[in-house]
Structures are given as structure tokens and as C-alpha cells.
Design a protein around this ligand. Structure first.
Ligand code: FAD
Ligand code: GLY
Length: 378
């Protein structure tokens, strides 16, 4: 049965959910306090890299990331066709580099379990490494090459999703400043700062690092915190020095089709401050030139920062609230929200429609942290 749904938040998660739900015949409104794509999603490096970004083992988070990577080729194609917008989607593959023999042992261990989960990765050294990344520093001993990983140009991809939503008939309201959830039992009623009210059957909470603002009214703990990522980009006048996504323990570099190299990113606790610091960028520059000496004499032409929605246990909050049957949450995607957007959209839409989705795991249950009150009783 078609439902009316309010999506709170116009980042990649809110827009992807809205896109999928409207495509399935529901009537969706996106309510955004500022601008669609204006926060973490527009700041992201756009890497679709479940193997390189999940180094511990094949836990439930990795499995969701892996499922989302599987969905990406068809998903981005649908967004492209419906929106009519172009954006970069590059199957570059990735290289996780090791400088010391001890790091190489870690990569070998990682390769063993990643091969069981669809990676056709291999360890490359010496001439083979130099052939893959000719301008990589000769100090690097080896790399874990993963051909399956890819990337999008996140700001353009989010714009395409927004345009796709509009073309499908999603009603998008931006610059609403402040929103209040007035009612969620008989119906959903949200009031904006300018006095306008919005009603629906369901509410989907996709407000990223701001989602914990609803903890009190929903009476559940929502331990989502902003972790600032400072990031920068170099403009390449002649030759593009980076061929793959190149990762190391201290950062990553990604060559974009617009002749830039994006280099990220810090992980700072700075509240909701999105400013860029000299120290943060200097650290990135130091690491970048260790990886690619070619960058030594270049200055980043663009520096920016975004707030990743981090959670207490590292897992996103995705699911229906047992305590408030009209509400579904999809927030807390930390470092992987661009990658996780299609799987999250499918999950959220299936949940609203009462379907089972195989990638769902109880570990993402949004009520796993207990009642809001229990937080204050310690
Ligand atoms: P956001 O994009 O922050 O969107 C939330 C939206 O909700 C915002 O627009 C905000 O204004 C709005 N909002 C806030 N409060 C309310 C409210 N009360 N009502 C309505 N709207 C509200 N991920 C990857 O997969 N690959 C990467 O390479 C990658 N690189 C990254 C690099 C950096 C530097 C950073 C900072 C992040 C990176 N990420 C990456 C992580 C990714 O950006 C996030 O996980 C993702 O953007 C989260 O999406 P979101 O929609 O939940 O949050
Ligand atoms: N996923 C890359 C970042 O969060 O910086």
C-alpha cells in the first residue's frame, strides 16, 4: 500500500531513501534544515571501498558494505537515467600500501579473508607495484591491490540524486532551519521554524550527525557524534600522478576525472565545527608527499571539512523503532555513507513495506542502546 513518508535530512542517505521509496510508488517529502548535500555527503571523497576501509574482518558492517558495493553499478545507472545528470563513477581499483615488512604481514592476513568475500585482490611488490603506480614513492615495499573498488565524485552524485528525486516527484523543502517533531503516534506531524506543518504516515530519520537531537522526544539513546574529516585537493596541470585509490594507515589519495587528486582525511573531535585547521592540512600534506614525492612542491588548491556521523559501537542505526511504529531510522554511517547508500535505501524501503531484506542484521537495530533515560541514570 502506498504511504506518505517524511524523510528528515537531505544528505546522501535521505536522498537515496527518498529516491527508492518514491520509485516504489510512495509519496515522499524531504525536509532539510539547510541544503541538500551541504554536510558530510558533499564533503566526501566518494570511495566505494569496503575492503580497504574494513581492515578488521568480515563483521556485519563489512557485509553491509560489501552488499552495497554489489548494488552500486545498477544503482548509479538508475540515478543517471532518472536524473539525466552526469557524474564520475570510476572503477579504478585500489592499492593499500605497506612500507615495512610488519605491515606486509597485516596485508597478507587481510587478503586471506577478503578473498572469501569476493575480492580478487593480490599482493604486489617491486616492479609490479611500480607498474601499477609509477609515481608512488620507491620507499613503499608492497601493496594490496583490490580491483573491485571504485569511486564516485560525491558532490555531483548527490546533486544527481537530488535531481532524480525531483524528477520522480519527491517534494523537497530546504532551509527549514529548525524542525520539531510534534506527533508520531496517530500520524507524523513536523513543524518548521516558519510555522509550516508537514504530515505523513511515516517518518524516516536520516539527519546524519544531528540525529541524536531526537533522542529526548523518542525516548531512546541515539549515540551519534560528529567526527570532523579535514580533506584537501591538488590540481594536476599536466600528468595525473595517482592511478588507483591509494590507501595507507594515515590516509588516502584518489585521482578524480576533473584533473584533481583528493587527499584525506583527519578524524577530529571538534563538535559541529567544520572549519579547516593549518595543523590538520599540514599532516595530510606531510603524508601525501611521503607517498607521492611528486606532490612535494604543490599546494592544495581546495581545503574543506565535513562531519561524519560516528556511533558508539561503529555500526549505523538502521531499522524500525519498536517503541514508535511510524518511525524508521537510517543514520550513523560514519566513514562509509556514500558506499552504504544503496543498501540503506533498499533496507529502509523494505522495512517500510514490511519486507525482509537479507542484508539486515539485528546489530543495526536503532534501539540497541536502550532508553534515553538510562543514559542519564549512570
Ligand atoms: P549528511 O550528509 O550529513 O546529511 C544529513 C543532513 O541532515 C544534512 O544535510 C543536515 O543539514 C540535515 N539535518 C540535520 N538536522 C536535521 C533535522 N533536524 N531535520 C532535517 N534535516 C536535518 N563515505 C564513503 O562512503 N566514502 C568516502 O570516500 C567518504 N569520504 C569521506 C570524507 C570526508 C572528509 C568525510 C567528512 C566523510 C566521508 N565519508 C565517506 C562519509 C560520508 O560522507 C557520510 O557517511 C555520509 O555523507 C553520511 O550521510 P548522511 O546523509 O547520513 O549525512
Ligand atoms: N571514508 C573516508 C573518510 O571518511 O575519510
Amino acid at each position: 500500500m502506498a504511504e506518505t513518508i517524511i524523510v528528515l535530512g537531505g544528505g546522501i542517505i535521505g536522498l537515496s531513501c527518498a529516491f527508492e521509496l518514491q520509485r516504489r510508488g510512495h509519496q515522499v517529502k524531504v525536509l532539510e534544515t539547510r541544503q541538500c548535500g551541504g554536510q558530510a555527503s558533499g564533503a566526501a571523497a566518494g570511495m566505494l571501498a569496503p575492503y580497504s576501509e574494513n581492515v578488521e574482518g568480515p563483521d556485519e558492517f563489512f557485509r553491509l558494505c560489501h552488499e552495497s558495493l554489489r548494488l552500486y553499478p545498477a544503482w548509479q545507472q538508475t540515478v543517471r537515467e532518472i536524473s539525466g545528470c552526469d557524474f564520475e563513477y570510476t572503477a579504478s581499483g585500489s592499492l593499500y600500501v605497506a612500507r615495512h615488512a610488519a605491515d606486509l604481514l597485516v596485508l597478507e592476513g587481510r587478503l586471506l579473508w577478503q578473498r572469501e568475500y569476493g575480492s580478487s585482490g593480490s599482493l604486489v611488490e617491486g616492479a609490479e607495484l611500480q607498474k601499477l603506480e609509477p609515481m608512488l614513492s620507491g620507499q613503499m615495499l608492497a601493496g594490496l591491490y583490490t580491483p573491485e573498488e571504485s569511486h564516485v565524485y560525491a558532490p555531483d552524485f548527490v546533486k544527481a540524486l537530488e535531481q532524480g528525486c525531483r524528477r520522480l516527484g519527491v517534494d523537497i523543502h530546504e532551509e527549514l532551519e529548525q524542525l520539531e517533531l510534534m506527533e508520531f503516534e496517530q500520524e507524523v506531524l513536523v513543524k518548521a521554524a516558519d510555522g509550516r506543518t508537514f504530515r505523513s504516515d511515516r517518518l524516516l530519520v536520516c539527519s546524519g550527525a544531528w540525529a541524536q537531537e531526537l533522542a529526548e522526544v523518542l525516548d531512546i539513546r541515539i549515540p551519534i557524534y560528529p567526527i570532523r574529516g579535514q580533506i584537501c585537493a591538488y590540481r594536476m596541470e599536466a600528468q595525473q600522478p595517482v592511478r588507483h585509490m591509494v590507501f595507507g594507515p594515515q590516509g588516502y589519495l584518489v585521482a578524480k576525472a576533473n584533473s584533481t587528486v583528493v587527499c584525506g582525511a583527519s578524524e577530529d573531535v571538534a563538535g559541529y565545527d567544520t572549519s579547516v585547521t593549518e595543523r590538520g592540512i599540514e599532516r595530510l600534506k606531510k603524508w601525501n608527499k611521503q607517498m607521492f614525492p611528486h606532490l612535494e612542491h604543490l599546494e592544495p588548491f581546495h581545503r574543506w571539512a565535513g562531519l561524519r556521523p560516528a556511533t558508539q559501537d561503529g555500526l549505523p542505526l538502521i531499522g524500525k523503532l519498536a517503541s514508535a511504529r511510524r518511525i524508521v531510522m537510517a543514520a550513523g554511517h560514519y566513514r562509509n555513507g556514500i558506499l552504504l547508500s544503496p543498501a540503506t535505501a533498499m533496507l529502509a524501503a523494505d522495512m517500510i513495506e514490511g519486507k525482509e531484506y537479507p542484508a539486515f542484521n539485528e546489530a543495526f537495530n536503532p534501539e540497541r542502546f536502550g532508553k534515553a533515560a538510562s543514559y542519564y541514570s549512570f
